[in-house]
Design a protein around this ligand. Structure first.
Ligand code: NDP
Ligand code: ZN
Length: 365
């Protein structure tokens, strides 16, 4: 079967041939439909994030997948079920408390592997295997956009943690600012603007005023989407983040999805009193000057909070399935800018300003 992998010592992704995997006892065999590409994949390809499975010369890419059960292999699944797999799996030494509690997303380094990111092959292959507890059912009619469940689940978790940090008092947020205008930023902006009416989704608030900060000038497809969503575009080349409170308003909630390290600190100044910032970006080491005293003072005297958050667990995926069902069709179709095939995969890894979300389609339902 065909798989798309990064190989030790060579640059960029390549299409390789691998044997079709055999499911172990207790695992199902899945036929892959679509696998999305995000900023993390570009970091993995560039070598700044993640790592190869132990003892292997390559890693199959891909962590945002939607697949169909090909062989249930004695599990409770049924052939033909459409499913989305989670990303984290126990490390080679076996399971641990985080996995047993259903909170692998809270496990520290070394206590997990991530499929397609660190230490385990991903989903960019015609067939993959998985234990059923890591598979979330998706309505079959949503198969084409099912790969968006994983990135949405990232924001489900971020929202859960941000709201939890404000749960000790009456918090009534009205304004929200998303930093970053690619796939994660735009999906999150839509979640905050539309809100989701579901007990499983954490995107229950709909903010009265939403903003999205980028560094692009109009005309630009992402700015068009931001405005179509009903949010205000903030061009950071004209209005740097620290000036947003004066130029627009202080924000009750800031969601950082740029990976631009100064944003972590500027977020504190952009927040309104009692506000919370969720940091999602994964920057490299980078030294720069900040006024630490001022940031410390702001956090304390205005009851502000910053939460860092990574990955997500099964409940967040389930919430994401409900969220996905409420996002408008036009948005989903505008977000998916490239549908590539394994025969001609290169366009999926191009990263020009016209690329928002690329997907590799292995098969159709
Ligand atoms: P991308 O790298 O595709 O998008 C980053 C966005 O931020 C782009 O729109 C980019 O603008 C914008 N940006 C970067 N620097 C600046 C700046 N200085 N000022 C304004 N805008 C800026 O990543 P994704 O959307 O896929 O993900 C966002 C971040 O979240 C990444 O760092 C990724 O690694 C991380 N991530 C974290 C996860 C977690 O679990 N914590 C999960 C998934 C992703 P432009 O397009 O113009 O270059
Ligand atoms: Zn991702």
């Amino acid at each position: 079967m065909k798989a798309i992998a990064v190989q030790r010592g060579s640059e960029g992704p390549t299409v390789i041939e691998k044997p079709r995997p055999e499911p172990d006892e207790g695992e199902a065999l899945l036929r892959t439909l679509r696998v999305g590409v995000d900023g993390t994949d570009h970091e993995v390809i560039g070598g700044s994030h993640g790592g190869f499975p132990e003892g292997e010369d390559h890693m199959v890419l891909g962590h945002e997948a939607v697949a169909v059960v090909e062989d249930a292999n004695g599990t409770d699944l049924a052939e033909g079920d459409v499913v989305v797999p989670t990303v984290r799996r126990p490390p080679a030494e076996g399971t641990n408390d985080y996995f047993e509690r259903g909170e692998p997303d809270m496990a520290p380094d070394g206590e997990y592997v991530e499929r397609g990111i660190v230490g385990e092959h991903g989903y960019m292959a015609e067939y993959v295997t998985s234990a059923p507890e890591y598979l979330i059912p998706v309505p079959a009619e949503r198969w084409e956009v099912g790969f968006l469940v994983e990135p949405i689940s990232i924001t489900e978790k971020a929202l859960e943690h941000a709201y939890a940090s404000r749960s000790a008092f009456e918090w009534a947020p009205e304004s929200a600012l998303v930093l970053g205008n690619r796939s994660l930023g735009l999906l999150t902006l839509a979640m905050l603007e539309y809100g989701v009416d579901s007990d499983r989704s954490f995107a229950a608030h709909d903010f009265e005023r939403t903003y999205c900060l980028g560094r692009r000038q109009r005309p630009d497809p992402t700015v068009d989407i931001i405005e179509e969503i009903g949010a205000t575009y903030v061009d950071s080349t004209e209005t740097p983040l620290e000036t947003v409170p004066d130029e627009f308003e202080p924000m009750d909630f800031v969601y950082e999805a740029t990976g631009y390290a100064p944003h972590a600190f500027e977020t504190v100044e952009a927040l309104a009193p009692n506000g919370v910032g969720a940091l999602l970006g994964i920057p490299d080491s980078w030294e720069f000057e900040v006024d630490g005293g001022r940031i410390h003072n702001e956090l304390v005297l205005h009851n502000k909070a910053l939460v860092g958050t990574v990955n997500s667990h099964v409940e967040h995926f389930e919430g994401a399935v409900d969220t996905l069902a409420e996002l408008p069709e036009w948005l989903l179709s505008d977000l998916v800018t490239t549908v590539a095939t394994p025969e001609d995969v290169e366009p999926a890894f191009e990263y020009g300003d016209d690329q928002i979300k690329a997907v590799v389609e292995f098969d159709r339902l």
